[in-house]
Design a protein around this ligand. Structure first.
Ligand code: ATP
Length: 137
């Protein structure tokens, strides 16, 4: 499909980067389909990241992602999933290219400012986790 799902993570919201990150997203040609400021409970974060449950960083990831508000959004563009992964840059900001969101706003491997879905299937699942059909414009 032509949609992806993103979160502006608690580190970036805390530092006041919502506007800067949304500007980079819209300037890159993505249309905002759905948008909200919300907060994940510990249970929400555990469910959202269940695929990483066996990884050593899972506990850290769950407490980080639930520690404060996030911005959740569904985005639309041709080739959305792949193009958005390019726009956010490498998971580790030390490896993120110039011009990427993580290069500009991420601080570490864990606190890396943004999430982007890794497949069309996960984009649909993650979008539905946060937004009802009537909230998708
Ligand atoms: P995202 O799913 O958030 O877009 P990603 O696909 O680039 O990120 P994944 O490998 O799916 O990265 O890991 C999911 C998230 O888990 C990362 O964005 C990061 O916040 C956290 N994470 C991954 N590896 C580590 C690590 N070694 N130490 C701490 N946190 C990590």
């Amino acid at each position: 499909t032509n949609r992806t799902f993103t979160m502006i993570k608690p580190d970036a919201v805390e530092k006041g980067h919502i506007g800067g990150i949304l500007s980079m997203i819209t300037e890159a040609g993505f249309r905002i389909v759905s948008l909200k400021l919300t907060q994940l409970t510990v249970a929400d974060a555990q469910e959202f990241y269940a695929v990483h449950a066996e990884r050593p960083f899972y506990g850290e990831l769950v407490s980080f992602m639930s520690r404060g508000p996030i911005v959740a959004a569904i985005l639309e563009k041709d080739n959305a999933v792949e193009d958005f992964r390019k726009l956010i840059g490498a998971t580790n900001p030390a490896n993120a290219e110039e011009g990427t969101i993580r290069k500009k706003y991420a601080t570490s491997m864990g606190e890396n400012a943004v999430h982007g879905s890794d497949s069309d299937e996960n984009a649909a699942i993650e979008g539905a986790f946060h937004f009802a059909g009537r909230e998708q414009f």
